[in-house]
Design a protein around this ligand. Structure first.
Ligand code: SAH
Ligand code: DHB
Ligand code: MG
Length: 227
């Protein structure tokens, strides 16, 4: 989508909000610079979204968090910092190159003992988890390839505890999500996710549109019903 005046204003207000509520620090700065230096795409959550994820971890009193899509570890660090010392975040990443950057960042953040990074296609890792079920997760954050979203959502419903939360990034995509004829796999992935999530009796879900440093997009929130 073409840049507009509103995009600039959104980014400016996002910076203003971030300065006050989600200030950076040496670790988060190092995550950004190490990811840039390694040539990773700049698609991590924004600082304000990172802070929102942190608040979800705190609200849920989460001890176990599952993340699908690690990149350089930016969102994982926001969430893992809010875990108790014996808490655990499991994060799934396809690209060994991304995982390597993330691993260094987890060490830099002093969070290596709290974070388990599993390298490989997320669906395979999730299927392996389904075969030997781990303790349920309080929060699952889905942020990998959008084509895989419907499958990741199904697995997340099984792996997240009743009363837990599934958060999904990038569900609006500049508004493209409303186009049933979109040729983009990512848009079709999100549309299939939405059909499934809206009908899934095990969750109560909604989506919220967002604007900011990352343009116009949205978060899905799915509360896992129990038991
Ligand atoms: N959550 C991160 C950003 C993730 S970007 C943050 O906010 O900091 C999406 C990531 O998903 C990329 O690193 C990409 O390599 C990874 N990915 C893409 N397809 C995947 C798959 N099939 N399995 C696991 N990870 C995948
Ligand atoms: C893309 C992926 C993301 O997870 C995101 O937040 C923004 C962009 C992408 O693949 O373009
Ligand atoms: Mg994303």
């Amino acid at each position: 989508m073409a840049a507009t005046m509103s995009d600039d204003r959104w980014a400016e207000v996002d910076r203003y909000i971030a300065e006050q509520f989600a200030p950076s620090d040496p670790v988060l700065d190092a995550v950004r610079t190490s990811s840039l230096d390694a040539g990773l795409p700049e698609i991590q959550v924004s600082p304000v979204q990172g802070k929102l994820l942190e608040l979800f971890v705190r609200l849920l009193r989460a001890r176990r968090v599952l993340e699908i899509g690690t990149l350089g570890g930016y969102s994982a660090i926001w969430m893992a910092r809010a875990l108790p010392p014996d808490g655990r975040l499991v994060t799934l990443e396809l690209e060994p190159r991304h995982a390597e950057v993330a691993r260094r960042n987890f060490e830099r953040a002093g969070l290596s003992s709290r974070i388990e990074l599993i390298v490989g296609p997320a669906l395979e890792s999730l299927e392996a988890m389904a075969r030997t079920p781990p303790p349920a997760f309080d929060l699952t954050f889905i942020d990998a390839d959008k084509k895989g979203y419907p499958d990741y959502f199904d697995r997340a419903v099984s792996l997240t505890r009743p009363g837990g939360l599934i958060v999904i990034d990038n569900v609006v995509r500049g508004g493209a999500v409303t186009d049933p004829l979109s040729p983009l796999e990512s848009v079709q992935g999100v549309r299939r996710l939405n059909e499934r999530m809206a009908q899934e009796p095990m969750v109560s879900a909604v989506e919220i549109q967002t604007v900011g440093a990352k343009g116009y997009d949205g978060f899905a929130l799915a509360w896992r019903r129990g038991p």
